[in-house]
Design a protein around this ligand. Structure first.
Ligand SMILES: N[C@@H](CCC(=O)N[C@@H](CSS)C(=O)NCC(=O)O)C(=O)O
Length: 353
């Protein structure tokens, strides 16, 4: 595990490598042996390649999908033998969790496909438990920010200035009900910056994005940083998720949360459309894609498509059960809803855009 972590910190493996969940005890044991032999002084596997490791990881991901199918459907015609390897399974899962924490705490340079460094910062706002994401192309220094919060704009602006970035876009995944967006204030601080929302948001913005379009920064560099826009209505009509294919990640806003999802009891919410959005637009992404939500209320920072497909207590249910669950959440209204909703219809600033 330490060896794999080192490979990641040296940019020889992608961070999402650590997100492979090993549910099958046989595959798990063999993975454990391989990792041990690769890292040991007396390693018998001397010609290990990254491609080989990733191929193995891909196989494990398929095995896990089959295993979760077996667990939810007793008639599934494929069964894993069960025996005494659960302890190893537990150890490896535990080690993966530790290594993931370790990697998250390091300042790792991420390389895109042609080797250009790119940067991403996950920033947190305490009052509404909102995650704001700052993405930058290190070659051109162009940046975009996703879901900025008005209360933390100064912090974000300082970081943007310290990194010498040119902020081009302030993007909102939807019209938020629990906090005022920082887009308007950022536009005032960075005159070239434009506000961005879905064309179905019903709010003011400089740029409206449609399902299937791309938003890009760093076009003048060797490879632009591109986000694919996927409409994911359900929490609100105008919810949009942004897929960063080069990095293998998706910013899900309030559509998909870690082991949860956005509520559907106001702002034209619909549990039926949220179920469709998540299954068709998000769970269709590759299993290893990382999930970065707009909120987390329990201290979790990131998940993966595979984890949510198999472990999300709401989304592993049938459509009918999901609708039932969503109708019975009994959540109290967000504390800031009365000031946030009207302000967010005008980019967070009553008055100028
Ligand atoms: N207590 C918070 C609001 C919590 C809340 O309602 N969160 C929303 C997203 S922000 S509109 C949600 O969809 N939650 C889903 C869930 O299952 O918790 C506050 O007062 O701001």
């Amino acid at each position: 595990m330490a060896y794999i972590t080192l490979l990641i910190t040296n940019n020889q493996l992608l961070p999402e490598t650590l997100r492979i969940w090993l549910f099958s005890s046989q595959a798990c044991e063999s993975m454990f042996r391989t990792a041990r032999s690769m890292s040991g002084t007396f390693s018998s596997v001397v010609n290990f390649s990254v491609t080989e490791f990733l191929r193995r990881a891909e196989k494990l991901s398929v095995l896990q999908t089959i295993k979760s199918e077996v667990e939810s459907n007793p008639d599934f015609p494929f069964h894993f033998p069960s025996h005494h390897k659960q302890e190893i399974e537990r150890i490896v899962q535990h080690e993966f969790a530790d290594a993931r924490e370790l990697v998250a705490s390091l300042n790792i340079t991420i390389l895109n496909k042609v080797g250009n460094p790119i940067a991403m910062d996950e920033l947190f706002e305490n009052q509404s438990s909102t995650y704001t994401y700052l993405l930058a192309d290190s070659t051109t220094k162009e940046a975009l920010i996703i879901d900025p919060v008005i209360d933390t704009v100064e912090r974000d602006a300082k970081l943007i200035q310290q990194l010498g970035l040119n902020l081009r876009y302030a993007v909102n995944t939807h019209v938020h009900a629990d906090h005022i967006t920082g887009s308007g204030k950022l536009k005032a601080l960075f005159p070239g910056c434009q506000s961005v929302l879905s064309n179905l948001s019903g709010a003011k913005a400089d740029i409206y994005l449609k399902d299937g379009e791309f938003i890009k920064i760093g076009e003048s560099g060797r490879t632009p940083l591109a986000l694919e826009c996927r409409a994911t209505p359900g929490h609100t009509n105008g919810c949009m998720s942004f897929v960063w294919h080069d990095y293998g990640a998706v910013f899900t806003g309030d559509a998909l949360l870690i082991r949860g999802c956005g509520r559907t009891d106001f702002q034209q919410g619909s549990a039926d459309s949220l179920f469709t959005s998540i299954h068709s637009k998000l769970f269709s992404l590759p299993d290893h894609y990382l999930v970065y939500p707009a909120h987390d209320y329990t201290g979790q920072t990131c998940s993966s498509i595979l984890e949510e497909k198999t472990l999300n207590p709401r989304l592993t249910k049938s459509r009918e059960e999901f609708i039932q669950i969503m109708a019975n959440l009994n959540l109290s209204y967000p504390k800031q809803i009365d000031k946030a909703l009207p302000a967010n219809l005008v980019c967070g600033l009553q008055g100028d855009l």
